[in-house]
Each structure stands twice: as structure tokens, then as C-alpha cells.
Ligand binder design. Sequence first.
Ligand code: PRX
Length: 631
Amino acid sequence: MTYAQFHQRSLTERDAFWTEQAALIDWQQPPQQVCDYSNPPFARWFVGGTTNLCHNAVDRHVAARGDQAALIAVSTETDTERVYTYAELQREVERMAASLKSLGVGKGDRVLIYMPMIAEAAFAMLACARIGALHTVVFGGFASGALASRIDDAEPVVIVSADGGSRGGKPVPYKPLLDAAISLAAHKPAAVLLVDRGLVSMNYTAGRDHRWSDLRQQHLDARVPCEWVDATHPSYTLYTSGTTGKPKGVQRDTGGYAVALAASMKHIFQGNPGETYFSTSDIGWVVGHSYIVYGPLIAGMATIVYEGLPTRPDAGIWWQLVEKYKVTRMFSAPTAVRVLKKQDPAYLSKYDLSSLKALYLAGEPLDEPTAQWISSALNVPIIDNYWQTESGWPILTLANGVQAQTSKFGSPGVAMYGYDVKLFDESTGEELKGPNQKGVVAIEGPLPPGCMQTVWRDDQRFVNTYWKSIPGKLVYSTFDWGIRDEDGYFFILGRTDDVINVAGHRLGTREIEESISSHPNVAEVAVVGVADNLKGQVAMAFVVPKDASALDGDAARLKLEGEIMKVVDGQLGAVARPSRVLIVNVLPKTRSGKLLRRALQAVCEGRDPGDLTTMDDPAALQQVRELVQPG
Ligand code: PRX
């Protein structure tokens, strides 16, 4: 079967197609109905089936491969390396599950996980899945303000965290940020479970804080059976940024997600049991959920959980791991490759990389020079894949497990099976069927298994945000611009909304603006994403001060810039810190007061800002131009 036929069949014979994919996982009760789309845009997959994500990722492999590696935890920060077999992983997950239960966690409850890249983070995720609780992982790089808003939205019964992480050999405290977040939040968790790595000293709050080492010891021999849950039972929520300042809790189901990941491991990632998968992402992001933890384990592979920089102890560390653990499939982001490209190429030829079969890159546009460089350096296919937190698995890529297809530089590939991807004119809602027409990339419902079910506790927001943005059509908008060529290959041309992508990290400019606005001397602020050679994009902030009188000299301006960056660091985390904060007298706006972000972005990138006839004060852009293009 050609891939085109495979894709076609996934849409025209949807139920038969997904019934076949559903056989890739274990069910306690088989599904009665493949897809219930009686209440669009809400899709319910594998209705009547009962299963468990942890069973599929761990337990079902124990009999056949209990002694094989399941989780390989490597930290070049603490110089530790530990291989957990499937049997050992099962026991660790049971200890964690028993500990969570002892702290009051039950089916449907939320557990917030705020952790560095250590094995216990994966144990906690799997333990939640095991007992039917929902995990909400918050990226460890987020600070207390961002954490507090997620605590309030998720209302976790328990928070699992650690004393700290480490970056470049320096300890990064987590516990004080967590304490600050809990005191900021209106919701208070019943308990906090803390992994003490001995990196940073911790203050324990009596009655609330518990040591993982103590609870683990208490539950050393615990056996906690997997809780069979409905296929539609939510497995987790994961917050992501959108147009408004308030992050959305992307909610995912259980059965559809397990099937989607199992199918993707077969058709897209071609991972086989007993092989090793290495994804360099972080468990705080969707790639970490799908392709560090669940996908590789569902496929019976060993997965590497890596804490550390790609350049420390030297730029050969990833390749050293590939050689040592005979990695077959590797997943990373273009930014990381661009970082390595600046290093001595000898690091790549130093190791035996013959086990490696493909490198998958996602999260941001893959530029041609980067793709060319890594492709010739590794001599394996480089497979770009385009998707989103919302989708959970690739929307556009090449399903080489179905039929080998040639890649085109600059394109992440073709629509994946299950996805009816279309392009629409943003203002008229007309579908653009011809080749090479630019439009909004959208997906006709139902979204395939594995995609978001809804926005956590906000069905209306799910409908209004994603399904109402193309005039007159009930289709899911990705909020990305794209074109499709005559061969069905898509090219992604950037976001249609105010989301930016810094080093593969998705950030909402509104969230950054809200944080900056809390500085007492900020009257108005605009944050835009500006093209950057290394990070893809960086955030630039333009601030109108309340009181400009004290900002005459460069020193005073730099001081304010530094203060504002500190505010962002403290509230959101360094990951959201703008690369520059520039002080201006006025922001470019239309006469009706709408901020002209695109014009601002264009000027920062040295492009023509386009039609400015609606602009209120033409001088506004002139000042920006002088600031960003000195001389
Ligand atoms: O704008 C697209 C960009 O990243 C967004 C999704 O980010 P996130 O929710 O963090 O999920 C990342 C999952 C890999 C998209 O809307 N994006 C993602 N992959 C690509 C991409 N842009 C271009 N090419 C890609 N391969």
C-alpha cells in the first residue's frame, strides 16, 4: 500500500483503520465504538473500551522483557547514570503509586509534577497513569508566578517536586520557587512529595511536605495494580500558551493517546522493542510526554532521560550516549542542532554512530543549512515533523514505516494518517485547494486519536479558541500559516497569533507582557518575536515608562531593562525573559488603539512594515527603527 492510499483509507474507512491500530495496545475491555463524533467538535475515541496507559507502557512488557532496559537516566550534571529494567521500572512506579495513594490521591485527582529531568519524574507520571490520576507537568524552567497560575487551574491534591535541578554544573533550586508558588496560589495542595537529590538544602513544611526517600522505603514492597479506566478517561493535562495571557490546560484521553502513540512508533518512528530511543526534549513539554516517556515505552524500547547540556562535558556527549546505548532513533529540536553546529565537527566523527537510523526534529522550523549540516554529519535521514501540544503526535511528517518517502528541505512533509489537513483563507473562510496558496493550516474534525479532548474544565474555550477562527467553518485551526505544494508537501510559515517560539519553547507574548506590566514604572508594553539565527526567535519587549523623567541616561535605561528582566525571571522564569527591553515614548498603534505588533516585528527584523496608513503616530516606528538598527 502506498502512503497516499494509507492516508486516504484512514479518512474514508476511519473506523476500520483505527480498529487495526487499536490492536497495537492491550485492552481490558475492547472498545464498543471506534469514534463517537455525535457532538462535534468533541471526539470520543474507543468508547466502551477500558485500558491503562501505565500497563501499556510498563507492565505488559515485564513478562517478555523484564530484564531489558526500560529507562536510562543519565545526568552529566550530577555525573550519574542508572539503567532501570522494565521489571525495576514497574517496581519504582508501584512505590510511587502507593506513596501518592497514601497522600490521598485517587482516580481523577490531579498531581502536579515540577521536576528536573530525573527518573523520578517519569516514575511520577507513570504512577499517576497507573492509578487513574491526571498528571500536570510544569516545565522546571518556569518560576513561581507561572507555577501558581497552573496550580490554581489544575487544583492538584499533591505536588511532586525536588530540591533542585542543575545547569552547567550549578544547582538550580526548585523548592523555594515551589513554596513561593504555593503561597501565591489560592489552591493549596494537601501534600508535597519531594525528591531530595542533595543539591540544594530544603525547608520542610511540617504536615505538608514529605520526603520521597521515606515514602519509598515505607512502600518498598507495595504492589499497586493498574486501575482500568475508560478509554475516554483523561490521562493528563499540559499547559500551553495561546493568544491570551492565561495558559490553556490541554486535556488528553487515555485510550486514544495510547493507540496514537503506539501507531506513531510503528509508522513514523519505526522503533522496535529492545532498541533505544533518545529524545533530548524535557518532560515539561509535549515531546517529553509523548516521546521520552510514553511512546518509546509503549513500543517496548529503552528510553533515555537526559539531564544536562548538549555541550557539557563536551559537544560529543549526545553521540557518546548514542554509541554507548546503541540508540536507533533520536529526537531533538533544530535549535539544539544549531548549537552543536557551532562546535568542532570532530565530536561527531569520534563515536561509532552506526546504530542510529534516523534523527527526528520538531518544535520549530528546520532551516536548510542546519538540516544539510546534520544530515551530512550523521549520514542518516533527518526527519522534520510538525505538530503541537494540542495534537500530541505529528500532524505533518513522513510515515516511512508505511512507505519510504523522500523529504523536501524546508517541508516537514505530508499530512499524517488520521489528519484531514486543509488550508483556509483567514478572512473569507474559503478553502484553498490549489497548490502553493498561503492559508491557515487547519484540520477537519474529528481530530484523530491522541489529540486534545478539550481545554481542562473549559469546553467553551476549546470550541471558541480552536474551532471558531475560520469564518463559517467548524474546523480546528493550528494557528500556523502554511502552503501545500503539488505533491502534498506542506511548508509552515509561522504563527497567525501572538505565540512565539524561542529555541523550540512555545511562549505567549501576552503572558510576558502581563508580567512586564507588573513593574511599577511600566505604562505600556509590547512583546514581539524577532528572528534569531540560533534560537529561531527571541522575545523583544518595547516599554513605555510611566515616568520617563529619571530615564535620561543610558545607565538609567539599562537599570530599568535589568529590573524588568528580573521581574520576568521571577514570575515566569528565565525561559520567558526577553533578549532586550527597549524604552520608547510611544508604541505603534492604529487610530482605534490596536497595537501594530506585526509592524513592530517587521522593523525589528529589518523588513518593510507594510501598509501603515491606519497608524496613529508615524513617529512611533521611527523611534523603534533607530533603537534596533543603530546608525
Ligand atoms: O508553530 C508551530 C511550531 O511549534 C508550534 C507548536 O509548539 P508546541 O505546542 O510546543 O509543540 C511542539 C511539538 C513538536 C506549532 O504551532 N512548530 C512545531 N513543529 C514545527 C513547527 N514549525 C515549523 N516546523 C516544525 N517542524
